[in-house]
Structures are given as structure tokens and as C-alpha cells.
Design a protein. Structure first.
Length: 164
């Protein structure tokens, strides 16, 4: 019963934050083990825009990313397109559209709450983009000499589940 109450309070608080600021973030993991990730809820219902997911970024940094992305989307300064660089990033970062097979991935429900809420509120038009971050040398996961030690920290949700 306590777990059900805790989940209900969390859902209420998330919905309240989406109503107040247009979005909320969900943070998964402890950043001592991998993977750890954060994703948005509310971009679809507030802006008609895809939700956003990012890996291996602490909550405070993820909040900054999500707030900037929300404001840029709202102002029309950003349109999420697969393969395009995000100009506001401090280091090379590219937007990749999450493959639909990853929404209900058997390995992990990467966007679980966002997809569920979108299905209830907005119907089947759910989409999400992953902000793919570069390694310290500025190389992206699909580029030669990418730091392979970072690969487990940043899942490739833009690939179909069968290929990942």
C-alpha cells in the first residue's frame, strides 16, 4: 500500500510540475552505475514537440538541458531533426530520433512514464529524441576512435532494439 501511495504522489507531483512550467524531468539511476538517464514529460502536451532523453548527465545538468531545449522549442529556435547538431551544447552533441521499438524495449522502459502519459493524454503520436553526447575528444558514438569506455554509459536508442 505504501508503494502505491508513493507512486500516486509522484504522479500528482509530476502532473503539477507539467501544468506549472510545461515540463518535468524523470531521473533514473545513481550515476555510480550505468546506465543512468533523464527524460522529459510534458514537451508533447505543452508544445506538441517530442520528448527528450539524455544519458549519463547528473540531474542538475539534465534540468539545465531540458529547460534550454523547452525554451528553444517554445520560441521556435529549435526544431528536432534526426542527425542535426544542437548548437546550444557546450560540446558536440547531436539529436537522434529514438527508434519506436525502444519505447517498449524489453531491456528497459527507457521512456516509460513519458510514453504512458502521452498515450493517455495525446494518443499514439508519441515521439522522442535522444541528445547524443560526444566523448571528451568531441567524437560521437558512430565516429571512428570514439572512446569505447563510454559506450555502456550512453545507450543507442536511435537503433532498433534488435540491433542494439
Amino acid at each position: 500500500m505504501f508503494r502505491a501511495l508513493k507512486r500516486a504522489i509522484h504522479r500528482w507531483d509530476t502532473a503539477r510540475r507539467v501544468r506549472r512550467q510545461g515540463w518535468s524531468g524523470i531521473y533514473v539511476g545513481d550515476y555510480r552505475s550505468s546506465p543512468s538517464w533523464a527524460y522529459t514529460i510534458g514537451f508533447l502536451s505543452s508544445l506538441g514537440a517530442p520528448e527528450v532523453i539524455v544519458f549519463d548527465v547528473p540531474q542538475r545538468s539534465a534540468n539545465g538541458i531540458f529547460g534550454t531545449v523547452f525554451e528553444e522549442l517554445k520560441a521556435g529556435e529549435l526544431v528536432l531533426r534526426d542527425g542535426e547538431a544542437w548548437k546550444s551544447a557546450a560540446h558536440p552533441a547531436v539529436w537522434r530520433e529514438v527508434h519506436p521499438s525502444r519505447y517498449v524495449d524489453e531491456e528497459q522502459p527507457w521512456l516509460g512514464i513519458a510514453e504512458t502519459i502521452a498515450a493517455i493524454q495525446a494518443g499514439p503520436e508519441f515521439r522522442a529524441f535522444q541528445l547524443v553526447l560526444s566523448d571528451p575528444e568531441g567524437r560521437l558514438p558512430w565516429e571512428p576512435q570514439y572512446d569505447e569506455r563510454l559506450r555502456p554509459l550512453q545507450r543507442e536508442l536511435y537503433l532498433p532494439a534488435a540491433e542494439a
